[in-house]
Design a protein around this ligand. Structure first.
Ligand SMILES: [Zn+2]
Length: 586
């Protein structure tokens, strides 16, 4: 394939040169007959070479199928690639040194100092726990104050020159005011909290998890990937620009929460509210939060920009039956009854891949660019044969949940003593809801499933609304359905050709990491803090700025597990990306 592609430009170039001779130099053309003969000979030689090349491929074969889809017009419109944003000519200069910001990012001095700042941030153990109380009441939040002390120390220009607001105590809302009030602001997001370290895994860490040790090009530490690299990347870019003569045309905002790992209700929610009060419905140009990386799909790297998130629901199944001495038990305790229901709950949903699902757009990118993609899958994508694709991709755990609502029975609690009948059994089931489905359909599903089960087992049933929908005067127990957290699937942000915010984001990625970096729209199966920001803009993107090179430098980022790490290159990537994004967006 590479050979054919390179033979084509050569052929074209010669024809163009030829045209130039004819059109551009008429006097020269008349100079001599022998020269004409030379040109004729030359053309004949090229013609023969061309015919020989064609004959070679006809005789010895060629991956014709792959060629065919590259040449096909329908296919060339697939997986639209925005063009790289163009650099502005006048780069801002630092106030203290005679050097432009973009040149300074590439100096050893900046690299060393920036590594130290990144390490200082990683050394503060800003852990969020599932059972944290309110800020101000639960002392475990106080550590975020220590992190702010570090921020104020290492980013003096942000805190002195930009507007910094503390929202809900530890949330940070940083506003870099733009010169043009008519332009909606850009919002960059990252979170300060990290997940806890499991006690039992401590000895598996190469270095203590909050030591931020730098070794062989990698920075090790909890939060190195999720999400302190993006956090520090945003701060470094803002600090650099704030220490120069730069004023953005469009206001740039950093909205920094502190409880993303426990769903953002303490910080992302109030931060989003503050922004809504200030800018209103659709008052923001674009939001960029953590999300997909540059990921390898079927042999090719893509910057997977998430344009939507699946929905979320935690269902609580609760069964209460009378207790008593376990020497005279009923045929089934509530544990036994509940255990009959669990396999029914785990019965998979039939997911169907629909064309509106952003995952189908990801597939189109793989069909166009991934050389290792199975040819049957490739042709099904190109034919938009969603039925065939559903069949094939639902067999693979890595692909099926992009179009199927997941079911995970994660918690079960029942009984307290071995000689006492259990009075209550509780089961928690986690779902990630397919992007084209909704919460209501899942409520209906449970009411039907558990309704039938309640009747078969002579149980009363209270549904999600608190209404009793099955009842017996002599019921053997009380079943109830409720939820802990729910979230509808997110709206799908506009993407592809003509979606200007997507084009500019893709353009900034290409500007930073090279025009050859492929951009693919993607769907996230998990949720980010952006769940609280939907009314601020239609353009919400989730992407973590790390280059393919950095990705190749670590075996695994190990986010949320032992030896979480970030290649140092990935650290500089994040800074450079955010810097370019802010500088060149307009
Ligand atoms: Zn995160």
């Amino acid at each position: 394939m590479v050979q054919t592609q390179s033979s084509k430009p050569t052929e074209k170039k010669i024809l163009e040169d030829d045209l130039e001779y004819q059109l551009g130099n008429p006097k020269w053309m008349k100079k001599s007959k022998s020269l004409w003969r030379k040109i004729l000979n030359w053309l004949v030689t090229i013609g023969l070479f061309f015919l020989a090349t064609v004959a070679f491929f006809v005789i010895f074969g060629f991956p014709v199928q792959k060629m065919a889809f590259k040449e096909n017009e329908n296919v060339t419109s697939l997986c639209y690639q925005p063009s790289a944003l163009v650099s502005s000519t006048n780069e801002p200069f630092l106030e203290t040194q005679d050097v432009s910001c973009s040149d300074f990012i590439n100096t050893a001095q900046f690299h060393n100092e920036s590594l130290e700042r990144y390490q200082k941030v990683l050394r503060v153990p800003t852990i969020s726990y599932d059972n944290l109380g309110h800020v101000g009441e639960d002392e475990r939040w106080n550590i975020f104050g220590d992190l702010h002390d570090v921020f104020r120390d290492i980013y003096p220009n942000i805190f002195n020159k930009l507007q910094v607001e503390y929202v809900a105590t530890y949330g940070l809302l940083i506003t870099y005011k733009g010169s043009n009030k008519d332009l909606k602001p850009l919002v960059l997001m990252a979170h300060q909290d990290v997940v806890p370290i499991a006690e039992a895994t401590l000895d598996k860490w190469y270095f203590p998890p909050f030591s931020a040790t730098y070794k062989d090009g990698l920075v090790y530490g909890r939060g190195a990937t999720d999400d302190k690299n993006s956090l520090v990347g945003i701060f470094e870019a803002l600090e650099l620009l704030a220490s120069s003569d730069f004023t953005p045309e469009r206001t740039v905002i950093a909205s920094i929460g502190f409880d993303e790992e426990i769903s953002g209700y303490h910080s992302a929610l109030p931060l989003a509210k503050r922004l809504y009060e200030r800018y209103g419905q659709d008052g923001v140009e674009l939001i960029l939060d953590e999300g997909g990386f540059v990921t390898e799909y079927y042999g090719t790297y893509f910057a997977a920009v998430s344009v939507a998130e699946k929905g979320y629901m935690d269902v609580v199944l609760n069964l209460k039956t009378p207790g008593g001495h376990s020497s005279i038990p009923p045929p089934h305790t509530n544990i036994g009854i509940m255990s009959k229901l669990i396999p029914q709950v785990e019965n998979p949903f039939e997911g169907t891949l629909v064309l509106e699902n952003p995952f189908f757009s990801s597939l189109e990118c793989f069909a166009k660019y991934s050389e290792d993609l199975d040819e049957h899958i490739r042709s099904s994508i190109l034919k938009k044969d969603t039925e065939a694709l559903t069949k094939i991709l639902s067999k693979d755990k890595d692909t099926r949940y992009f179009f199927e609502t997941s079911i995970a029975v994660d918690v079960i609690r029942g009984g307290v003593k071995v000689n006492a009948l259990p009075e209550e059994t509780v089961v928690n089931v986690n779902h990630r809801i397919s992007v084209e489905k909704n919460l209501h359909q899942l409520y209906d599903h449970y009411e039907q499933l558990v309704g039938k089960f309640a009747k078969e087992n002579h149980l009363n049933l209270t549904n999600f609304n608190g209404a009793q929908i099955v009842s017996y005067p002599d019921a053997i127990g009380d079943f109830s359905l409720s939820t802990i957290k729910t979230l509808e699937p997110s709206p799908v942000s506009p993407y592809g050709y003509g979606a200007s915010t997507y084009e500019k984001l893709g353009g900034a990625i290409k500007h930073t990491f090279g025009n050859e970096t492929l951009i693919a729209p993607a769907l996230m199966t998990a949720n980010t803090d952006t769940r609280h920001y939907w009314n601020l803009t239609k353009s919400i993107f989730r992407w973590t700025p790390v280059s393919p090179k950095a990705v190749s430098e670590t075996n695994d980022f190990n986010a949320h597990t032992v030896n979480e790490n970030m290649p140092y290159r990935g650290h500089i990537d994040a800074i450079t990306f955010y810097y370019n994004f802010i500088r060149h967006y307009d």
